[in-house]
Design a protein around this ligand. Structure first.
Ligand SMILES: Cc1cc2nc3c(=O)[nH]c(=O)nc-3n(C[C@H](O)[C@H](O)[C@H](O)COP(=O)(O)OP(=O)(O)OC[C@H]3O[C@@H](n4cnc5c(N)ncnc54)[C@H](O)[C@@H]3O)c2cc1C
Length: 482
């Protein structure tokens, strides 16, 4: 530990209980590596305050002693956003003990949840009052509200409900000087200048520590229908979505999955099996929901809407889940795509968006271009077609040495893919954020004015540069080692 870190820990031990300060390397170790195992950092201590005021004390003292902090929730970041730097210069500030749901109101349709509340726990709590929080993703058993706010997370219900930006009604946060921003009142109308809540959403821990959020709830679902369809290409998938949307507003999720990704899941994830008997180049997973028990059942609705698509050949085959267990099994396939790929070997991932109408062609042409340019690789894209956001992955040739490939090949592949994305008018980060993984590419590709504005905001709020260093943008240009 540096002298400044020692001084900080000494000062904190007078203010926090023993459980809040962890210095045992074995206990810290799991939190020093990211979910994908791509980034390995080092933090001499992990601080886990249990309240907003304790977070404020930690941040105030860290600023005074000049000790950087890395806010961390569930550590499921896909871009190394919550992994500390490797040189031990920063401490982890974990929100894991701030896990209370402060209030849940069916009348206000709001939940106020602390930063460390796990998404799945919020789902369960909302259900108990006949409501739901309409955002979900594969990491829901670990991802926290603070992390979801700070990455402006998306997931599989954005089509209907939007990203966290649309679902967060207010944010409570400790700013880098230790002062508190209390935006939890969730006013529908509030025009007192800049919107600090929105500034903190998607800030990736660079502007302060989110300590709680007011979250919009939706009516509970009375019934859902889940369908799995096999089809020829992404263009047909988008055409199907548009036809369905023209007939109903009940479509909540519409996920596209390539045939080879499905094969990987079946191979690597125990207990999974293909929903359809035949083999299809592409698949879509569709969920329709209803909050009205008297309305046509969503399963019947899906059947009615899929019938003409099957007849016309737009869809080759389809099955409607016959039970909740089968619906869960379909979703398990979708949620296991990243895990199955991780088990199958090295891959370089790109969470990208392009305009929705451009996406079907982009998925095919960019994959073909990447495979031609990088011999032996396999490129594939899956995800949120209706949002114009897919996870575009390039898998290494079979038998590749993982570390060498990541060090020598992956950066060139990423530059190639990102150039295609920018040429198509898209974004190199649709929902995962920038973290440390994309910091160099953001600096290379974003318009200079945008980067400078982000830097100026960061400098203004955090002049000592203590919040999540080395993520999103560097304070000084030209220092963005990926
Ligand atoms: C299997 C899997 C599937 C996923 N699917 C999706 C998906 O569909 N859509 C999607 O958007 N993401 C997805 N993700 C990414 C990830 O789940 C989200 O980025 C999530 O929001 C991270 O939450 P977390 O609590 O794990 O945050 P962490 O990983 O701990 O942190 C993420 C970032 O937020 C910052 N941070 C965390 N807590 C705070 C806080 N309280 N205050 C300030 N900053 C904070 C960290 O410093 C870091 O920059 C997926 C991840 C996995 C592993």
């Amino acid at each position: 530990m540096t002298p400044a870190q020692n001084a900080l820990i000494d000062a904190l031990s007078g203010q926090l209980d023993a459980k809040s300060i962890v210095t045992d390397p074995a206990e810290i170790a799991p939190w020093e590596t990211d979910w994908r195992g791509r980034y390995h950092g080092h933090a001499p201590a992990l601080i886990a305050p249990s309240s907003r005021d304790e977070v404020s004390a930690v941040v105030r003292l860290a600023t005074r002693f000049g000790v950087p902090l890395v806010p961390q929730g569930g550590n499921t970041s896909m871009v190394g956003g919550a992994t500390p730097p490797g040189n031990g210069s920063a401490l982890i500030l974990s929100t894991r003990r701030m896990n209370r749901i402060r209030s849940l109101s069916a009348d206000a349709n709001l939940a106020i949840a602390e930063a460390g509340v796990i998404l799945a726990d919020l789902h369960a709590a909302a259900e108990e009052i006949g409501r739901r929080f309409p955002l979900t993703l594969g990491a829901r058993g670990s991802a926290t509200i603070g992390g979801l706010v700070s990455t402006n997370a998306g997931g599989t219900q954005v089509l209907r409900w939007g990203t966290m930006r649309a679902l967060v009604a207010g944010v409570e946060a400790v700013l880098p000087d230790g002062s508190i921003h209390d935006g939890l009142s969730a006013l529908k109308k509030d025009n007192r200048g800049y919107d600090l809540n929105q500034l903190l959403i998607g800030a990736e821990g660079t502007l302060g520590v989110v300590t709680a959020a007011a979250l919009r709830l939706a009516p509970a679902i009375a019934a859902r229908g889940v369908a799995w369809a096999g089809l020829q290409n992404p263009a047909d998938a988008l055409a199907l979505l548009r036809r369905m949307e023209a007939a109903t507003s009940a479509i909540e999720s519409f996920e596209i999955i390539p045939g080879d990704s499905l094969e990987l899941v079946v191979e690597h994830i125990p207990g999974t099996r293909k929903p359809l008997a035949g083999t299809h180049p592409w698949h879509v997973l569709i969920e329709a929901v209803s909050s009205d028990p008297a309305a046509e059942s969503p399963a019947a609705l899906l059947e009615r809407l899929l019938a003409p698509a099957l007849e016309s050949g737009l869809v080759a085959d389809a099955v409607i889940a016959a039970s909740e267990a089968q619906a869960d099994a379909f979703w398990r396939i979708r949620d296991s795509l990243s895990e199955a790929e991780r088990a199958s070997g090295p891959a370089v991932q790109h969470d990208i968006s392009v305009p929705v109408d451009v996406m079907p062609r982009f998925m095919i042409e960019a994959a073909r271009a990447a495979e031609q340019r990088f011999a032996g690789t396999h490129a594939t894209a899956f995800g949120h077609l209706g949002d114009g956001n897919v996870h575009f992955h390039v898998r290494a040739p079979a038998g590749t040495d993982r570390d060498r490939w990541y060090a020598e090949e992956a950066p060139g592949i990423t530059r190639f893919v990102n150039d295609l994305v920018v040429a198509a008018g898209g974004s190199i980060s649709a929902e995962h954020g920038i973290g440390q993984m994309k910091i160099g590419e953001l600096a290379r590709l974003a318009p200079p004015g945008r980067i400078e504005a982000i830097r100026a905001i960061r400098r203004a709020l955090d002049p000592a540069g203590i919040m999540n260093p080395g993520k999103l943008v560097t304070l000084a240009p030209g220092n963005e080692a990926p």
